[in-house]
Structure formats: C-alpha cells, structure tokens
Design a protein around this ligand. Sequence first.
Ligand code: UFG
Length: 332
Amino acid sequence: MKVLVVGGAGYIGSQMVKQLTHAGDSVVVLDNLSTGFRELARYCELVVGDLADPLLLERLFRKHDFDGVMHFAAHSLVGESMQDPGKYYRNNVSNTLNLLEAMVRHDVKYFIFSSTAATFGEPEYVPIDEVHSQRPINPYGASKLMVERMLQDFHTAHGLSSVSLRYFNACGADPEGEIGECHDPETHLIPLILQAASGRRKSITVFGRDYPTEDGTCIRDYIHIEDLCSAHAQALEALILGHKQGALAFNLGNGKGYSVQQVIEAVQLVVAEDGCNLMIEEGERRPGDPAKLVADASLAKRELGWQPQYADLETIVRHAWAWEKQRASLVK
Ligand code: UFG
C-alpha cells in the first residue's frame, strides 16, 4: 500500500508511520511541523507543507498514486478551542475539506480520520458506544463532528469510504522507545505526572477531588498509541480489501476507566524503581471536564478484528516513563 499520512510527524502520526513502514507499506508524510518534529518522521519521505495550500496538495497527489490517506493533523486542545474557535474550524474543518477535495479530484477513495470522544459531549451513559448522541460542548469536538458529517456526504456524493476513529485518552509511547509525546505546552495527565517525577516540572496538580466517583477524581479510558495505530491499519485494510465501505465510525478505548488518583498511584509505583517520587498539589476542577469517560469499543473489535495489546495501565506508564527519562536527560 502507498499511504499519505497527514500529521505524520506528530505524537500519534509518527507511531503510525513506524507501524506502516515496518509492515512494508510505502508512506509519505505531509506535516507543517507546527507541533510535529522532523526527527519523528524519519522513517519515510517527509513533505513539509500545509493543508491550507491547495497547490501543494495538487502537486502531491499528482506525484504519488496513493491507495489511502490517514489524517492526524488537527489542533486538539479543548481549552484552546474555547478561546480561539476560529483556529479550530479553520484547520480541523476547512483544511480537512481541502484534503478531501484533493482526494476526490485524484480518485483516492479511502480515508482514515482521527476523531475524538469529545464529539459526544457530556456523557448520558458510560461506557459510551457508537449510538450515544453526539452533542459536543467545545469547538474542538464540534470541529471533529463536522468532519464526520462531511465524510457521510462525501461517501454519498463521491463514493469516498472512510473510517472515523474516536479516540478516548491517547497515551503511552513507542514500546521500542524511539518515539513518544513531546507537546509544548503539555496538558495531558500522564506526561505531566511523569515530568513531575523526572524533575522537569515541580509538581502535578489534581484538578478536583469532588467528582461523583469513588475517590472523587475524574475517570478516563487510557489507550496506548500503538493500539490506536493498529486500529488505523486494520481500518484502512478493511476499506481497501472491500470488506467495509461507507462512512463508518468506531470508538477506541480499553473499556476500563482509571481515576486521576489511580493514574498517579500507577506512576508512583513505576518511578519508585528509579528512586523518583513526585509532589502532588490540589487544584480546582478544570472547566469542561466530565466526571467519567469510558469507551465501549466492542464494535471496533467485532467489525475490524481489533484487539488492544497494551491495555494494562502499568505497561502504558512504563513505556511513557522510558520516553520521559530520555527526554529529561536530553533537556538537562
Ligand atoms: N488532569 C489533572 N491535572 C492535570 C492535567 C489533567 O488532574 O495537570 C486531569 C483532568 O482534569 C482529567 C484527566 O486528568 O480529568 C485527563 O486529562 P487530560 O487533559 O490528560 O485529557 P482529557 O480527558 O481532558 O482530554 C482527552 C484528549 C482530548 C479529548 C478528550 C475527550 O486529550 O483531545 O480526551 O474528552 F478531546
């Protein structure tokens, strides 16, 4: 297969590229390096450019005969999307439209889209399955839902088949330690706790202990990026082999929730082996955080044959800690 990976120099996209190239696929990455890193895209050809540039897209699709496209290049910070919605609608919606139109012009028929649990909004029940209503409560979730909707129309009008994969909490790092998360600023729980343990950050603040959960902290479904990527590969294969068609969507998580407190405890056990510990501070609730988000991912398992390999929180933390230790020693 020849695959275009848009955003392939980022946290999840780069892991995807590694997996595809190891499976023998030919990959071209398009990334504007706004949050990605050239060294993370070292497994294949990298085109530095932006989806806002239709001429670049035209050249790219003329030069290569792609079998399919995977799209990871979105802005993904909920808080930022509340302050600057235009940034989210421009990049996540309008630029994705440019990409889809280029695909249609060049008759590329298969598309895998990084969607999000944020399309659901405040959960009506957990675990959240695919028939749960989608009422996003922030521009980030709304922008992703708009693309899901566009994909339905592009299938009807142009026969473009797609799979939208709704990630719950993406985390972990390359099991081989070659790539991992390097967001700046970092806002996600696991890397922040690990930075507090490695000394790159003073402490970790728990955002609220008064939620209606057993220990009062928020519960999330943490899913390893390697498992997210295997779902993408299986989804693209299912489309290309003709086993699936339409504009499909699957939730991706482990179906098991961990509270912020449980994640902190899991990290404490792992980092203690290296003689590290961390300072914990108490903070207010972060606006917009639902108490509990857990995926029902049984449809992806049934329909794609997907099976997470790194569902265990300790393994996720170990991989992320190995990556953080490298980063911490590089930064010092
Ligand atoms: N948290 C803290 N302290 C921190 C950071 C986070 O207590 O310093 C808590 C949050 O309040 C939340 C949990 O840790 O309860 C997880 O927070 P993250 O920021 O790591 O992840 P989110 O659940 O907020 O967001 C993730 C994705 C989003 C996606 C969302 C879907 O990162 O892209 O899930 O709801 F939109």
